[in-house]
Design a protein around this ligand. Sequence first.
Ligand SMILES: Nc1ncnc2c1ncn2[C@@H]1O[C@H](COP(=O)(O)O)[C@@H](OP(=O)(O)O)[C@H]1O
Ligand SMILES: [Mg+2]
Ligand SMILES: [Mg+2]
Ligand SMILES: [Mg+2]
Length: 339
Amino acid sequence: MAPMGIRLSPLGIGVFCLLGLGVLYHVYSGFITWRFSSFLLGERAGETVDLRELLAVAVQAAELGGVEVKAVRESNKLNENLKGKTREGADEMMTRGDLLSNRKMANLIKNSFPGLQVNTEEHLGEDDKETISWDHVIPNAIKEIVKNPKLVPSESITIWIDPLDATHEYTENLVNYVTTMVCVAVNGKPIIGVIHKPFTGYTAWAMVEGGSNTKRRASYNEKTPTIIVSRSHSGAVKEVTLKTFGNQTKIISAGGSGYKVLSLLDVTGNDQETADVYIHNTYIKKWDICAGSAILSALGGQMTTLKGEEIIYTGSDGNEGGLLASIGMDHHALVDKLS
Ligand SMILES: Nc1ncnc2c1ncn2[C@@H]1O[C@H](COP(=O)(O)O)[C@@H](OP(=O)(O)O)[C@H]1O
Ligand SMILES: [Mg+2]
Ligand SMILES: [Mg+2]
Ligand SMILES: [Mg+2]
């Protein structure tokens, strides 16, 4: 018996409780969703990151990785290891240079911006942690070009690190092909790219709608382009190129995806060959190509699959559709020609 002679039926109590739960859910659902996404995304959910600061850290990371790459090569103790085979059956090597550079670059970025999604080519174990971090100074060379901060949500960012591009050539001491690379993708689009050449000290960087320390060349040969392709993962790229552009086409075989992107730009005086188009027709990983894609995009160029499809830099680390990179040219016309 309820007080004051009111009898509560079990059905009434049930309805009352459900109503109460509904009100509680209405009041706290935002908070619950926020806590849940915080749990999934770590500390930084709902936070923003300044892309200009991230660019400064990315440049420093690529350069510090480069110091490791150079020191290992000069020590001549590369400790080469077979990581596995590519789909085409080529040996995939990893050296102490790849590992030490990977550790330095990843730790600097992760410690400076905890909680961001960072994808590295080499594995980073618990024992690989270092206390290195950024001093929060954006170099004037960056501030003079990228005049303002640019804030984006932390959860929109995916970072791709290639601690040593052209490992194959590195083991052969063809060090001019070697680069270290960092890329920042925002919602899957490459926005910041850094390509550093440890053996010349040159660094190219760019931020889409932010600026770049690098330029495109004044002109490109659209009629009879020079094509740059892989020297160690070429597949049938030479046959495809000659068939598409004619038997007289000049083809440069070179190591490293970073090196090949630089060959499309105005980086004379940095021990670089120059080309008009970069084509790759085997599988390739996103850390190999994201930084180059960002730099080309910032300067008005494009990097797509061979069919002209956009490559999305989130999720899986592989790119299946080959690669076509150009700048200062009609990219769609190149795609049509290739098809
Ligand atoms: N078929 C393939 N499978 C896996 N990785 C590939 C590949 N073709 C090229 N790559 C990678 O892409 C980069 C550039 O290759 P290439 O010099 O042949 O153009 C190299 O990166 P790493 O040296 O960072 O491993 C190479 O390993
Ligand atoms: Mg690479
Ligand atoms: Mg690599
Ligand atoms: Mg590799």
